[in-house]
Design a protein around this ligand. Structure first.
Ligand code: BGC
Length: 858
């Protein structure tokens, strides 16, 4: 074990701006001499997304932003952000180069938005398919996750923008996420959950986020932000992390304990458990001032790295936007995001080579029926803190019409897959005085009106309340109901409320809520109050609501309500019938099904893996009506596809980001090969899933399956999934023709070096009729397995592009670490001697060639 690096070790990457000005060492020395109060002020955010400035050091405010789907920024500029395919979609490319390109785009977006630290990547693993943030994670596999995250971090930080790898550690579940303790045995921690963090730390990540949950490890049960053996012992000590440990938002519950444990920065601010309380703790001798100095020095180092330290005492330089992306919808951005979403798409089935469907030639379609809730409303990103406002969403209908100019393309929803109605249309809303919009009166404690305003639409029913006198708000709006029939109005207030429709009380509650509604994301899905309104003649209804102002602490004071409206229309049965008839009438049916914002989000785990609504029925009936049916699954995390092997073609299209339609068209036509491979296992039935949920029991989540996470668990239990880890057909056909293995020195753990422990050469041939990309995967197993090792584990992978009829040899480097096991008694990595089998192939269960690797005494 090495000693804890203190932040005065000079390992900065940027030289001081000017040799005559103060540099990092001087800044640290000056900082140490500052009054305690100034130093402590630096250790809590200045706001929700900003850090405190220290002009004495020429240190400007640094800005942080989520990550990992785009760079949202502080939200103050009102500008949209490039919305990337969700991390699991990009991970399905298995392509480090794609990660690097996304990292560079993130950096350029950060520059445009004035951001210094991007809160990404998420390297928690997809331990259970129901995990709410599954879509935000890269993979269920530690090696794949680590490799991709490193490529992303390298590219991001090369541009001078910090990454923040999160959430450290054991944060694989959303349920009660601020309360539970994860119990992970030491070997599992080292070999599985720590591994991707370790890879990213070795790559030099500048910040890390301590999770909401706690960890039981080595007899210490403590919340992650106050876990001394975890933060100081392991992270800063053993792993030599020299950056800043940032708390997840509102995660820190302790003062001296978290400061002494190794947390460096409490977010958000300016409130929180440090501030005056930490000054008092230092004065009382509960926290040494040197502990504070170390944190300050780490923040100064971060500032140096991102260019926030002018090096001129007293002079704070403005943010340098050099290298900013000008336009989140530029041709270059569109091309990268289209390619990523298309490349990540996984071909799960392609019976008779239905795909791709060429737009010209004998088999070109002339009538295409585009069907499904998600064809009308593509689900492009999951819910929660990663959410960004897009510049546009490429519409599947427009994209298919452009891609198939010779075809008539029609769209049919086939029934809603959501429970809730759509947002009420803004052109139906008017304030009681007749102005367009929703009237809002801010009321003081006595119920007197303090201020009034108009909101343009239902989306605006989420607004900050700056005036401290305003204790509640009253909204009033008339909704224009033009169509005869039953209209459904849905109103979802967050917190205490009284809601009245046309003078009749729809619901009341005295239950006042606080910042917990942000942490558990319930502000995004409150219970809806529903009112059915019968309409014979066009008329309006008046909705009035008294709503609580929520004090979100460092998130600020705000009001939130959801307002939805369902217009009378065809029933679900009727809509499904119309879609099936359209499919029967077409020569190609494309059915886009999947999850939606009600299903996949931060803040909650999914109760089921079933597709929402009657989408299974829709797929079966459309496929029965049209033999050329392509099913497109628009979901981030696994859903059960009971008809998977009964329909001709199935694509897993992920949460594809803003270029949704363009990527779908590119995949269907074959313009871009969908060369994605599943970065997780797709279950055939819910009952088979090795870790069906991650629900805490008495506040503890026991990682009882140990190192057998994801595909390793399926192999150990010998269960057959619908599609295994690593699966993906692409549009080419492959033969594996040669495998050679060479032992190297292997001194380094780095996988890409020529002194890799084992270098593997694989000859593959594309025997199909189209050029293709193969993801060559290498798995290891130990012949006389030692210590509960997995049946097999991923040891390396490489991508290769081969022309139709061509052959290529691809080289894979397998690191020594891939062979090693954590020895709990020796507290060290050991290399078990013996014979290993190295298999290469197309997925974790389609392994084409094998060879032995002998590991002897060294
Ligand atoms: C999430 C983090 C996120 C932070 C700031 C938290 O609730 O867990 O991933 O970075 O909010 O939005």
């Amino acid at each position: 074990m090495t000693t804890t690096p203190t932040a005065t070790d000079d390992r900065t990457t940027r030289p001081a701006a000017d040799p005559t000005s103060i540099g990092f060492e001087d800044a640290v020395a000056i900082a140490a001499g500052l009054p305690l109060r100034d130093k402590v002020a630096l250790l809590t955010g200045a706001g929700t997304w900003t850090l405190t400035a220290l002009p004495q050091l020429g240190l400007r405010t640094m800005t942080v932003s989520d990550g990992p789907i785009g760079v949202r920024g502080t939200g103050e500029d009102g500008l949209p952000s490039a919305q990337m395919p969700a991390p699991s979609a990009a991970a399905a490319t298995w392509d480090a180069d794609v990660q690097a390109r996304l990292g560079r785009l993130m950096a350029a977006e950060a520059r445009r938005k004035g951001v210094d630290v991007v809160l990404a990547p998420v390297v928690n693993l997809q331990r259970s398919p129901v995990g709410g943030r599954h879509f935000e994670c890269l993979s269920e596999d530690p090696l794949l996750t680590g490799r991709l995250a490193v490529a992303f971090i390298d590219a991001l930080q090369e541009q001078g923008v910090a990454g923040c790898v999160k959430h450290f550690i054991g944060n694989e579940t959303e349920t009660d996420r601020t309360e539970y303790l994860s119990r992970i045995d030491e070997r599992t921690l080292r070999e599985v959950y720590l591994a991707p963090f370790e890879a990213v730390i070795d790559a030099g990540v500048w910040t890390i986020m301590a999770a909401y949950n706690g960890l039981i490890r080595d007899g210490v049960a403590e919340t992650a932000t106050a876990h001394e053996p975890l933060l100081t012992g392991l992270l800063k000590g053993e792993l030599g992390f020299d950056g800043v440990v940032i708390s997840d938002w509102l995660a820190t519950k302790h003062t001296a304990e978290s400061a002494n444990a190794g947390l460096d920065l409490v977010m958000p601010g300016p409130l929180g458990p440090w501030g005056d309380a930490l000054v008092a703790a230092v004065e009382a001798g509960d926290v040494a001032e040197s502990v504070i100095d170390d944190k300050v020095a780490r923040i100064v180092r971060l500032a140096e790295r991102v260019g926030a330290l002018s090096g001129l005492a007293g002079e704070v330089l403005p943010y340098d936007s050099t290298g900013a992306n000008d336009d989140p919808a530029s041709a270059e951005v569109v091309a990268l995001l289209t390619e990523t979403a298309a490349r990540g798409t996984v071909v799960l089935r392609n019976d008779g080579g239905l795909l791709p469907v060429e737009p010209t030639g004998a088999a070109a379609p002339t009538r295409i029926a585009l069907i499904g809730h998600n064809a009308v409303e593509p689900f492009t990103q999951g819910g929660g803190s990663a959410f960004v406002t897009t510049p546009h969403v490429s519409d599947p209908l427009d994209a298919l019409r452009a891609a198939y100019p010779g075809a008539e393309v029609t769209r049919h929803r086939g029934g809603a897959a959501t429970v809730k109605a759509p947002l009420v249309a803004s052109d139906r809303l008017s304030a009681p005085e007749g102005d367009r919009g929703i009237r809002v009166d801010g009321l003081d404690e006595a119920g007197e009106i303090v201020e009034s305003s108009l909101l343009a639409d239902a989306e605006a029913l989420w607004f900050p309340v700056e005036d401290p006198r305003v204790a509640s708000v009253r909204i009033a709006v008339d909704v224009d109901l033009r169509e005869a029939g039953t209209h459904v109005l849905e109103f979802g207030p967050v917190g205490a409320h009284r809601v009245v429709v046309d003078g009749v009380v729809l619901g009341t509650s005295d239950h006042h809520v606080g910042p917990e509604v942000i942490l558990n994301s319930s502000y995004a899905s409150p219970e809806m109050l529903v009112s059915d309104v019968e309409v014979d003649e066009p008329r309006s209804v008046r909705l009035e609501a008294d709503l609580q102002v929520i004090d979100g602490e460092s998130y600020g004071r705000f009001v939130r309500a959801h307002f939805r409206h369902r217009v009378p229309g065809p029933t679900l049965d009727e809509e499904i019938g119309l879609a099936v008839a359209a499919a029967a009438d077409a020569d190609l049916a494309v059915v886009v099904i999947g999850t939606n914002p009600e299903t996949e989000s931060e803040g909650w785990d999914r109760p089921t893996l079933a597709l929402p609504g009657r989408q299974d029925e829709l797929v079966r009936r459309v496929a029965a009506a049209n033999p050329r049916t392509v099913v497109v699954v628009n979901a981030g995390a696994p859903v059960i596809l009971p008809w998977l092997d009964e329909v001709p073609a199935v694509l897993w299209w992920w949460l594809p980001g803003q270029e949704a339609g363009a990527s779908l068209a590119a995949v269907l036509t074959g313009e871009i090969e969908p060369s994605g491979r599943l970065p997780w296992t797709l279950p055939a039935s819910e009952a088979d899933v090795p870790v069906p949920n991650g629900l805490p029991v008495d506040g503890v989540i026991d990682y009882a399956e140990g190192v057998h996470v994801g595909h390793r668990g399926w192999d150990r239990l010998d269960r057959t999934p619908a599609r295994e880890f690593g699966y993906g057909l692409g549009y080419a056909e492959w033969e594996y023709r040669g495998l050679a293995v060479e032992r190297g020195a292997g001194a380094s753990d780095a996988p890409e070096t020529s002194d890799a422990f084992v270098t593997v050469q694989v000859a593959v041939a594309n025997v199909g009729s189209r050029p293709g990309r193969e993801v060559v995967q290498a798995y290891l197993s130990e012949d006389d397995a030692w210590a509960d090792r997995p049946v097999r584990w991923l040891a390396g992978f490489a991508l290769v592009d081969v022309a139709a009829g061509g052959e290529a040899t691809v080289t894979l480097h397998v690191a020594r670490r891939a062979f090693e096991v954590w020895d709990v008694d020796r507290s060290d990595w050991v290399l078990p001697r013996g014979t290993y089998t190295l298999r290469v192939g197309r997925s974790s269960r389609d392994l084409r060639l094998a060879t032995s690797v002998a590991v002897e005494d060294e």
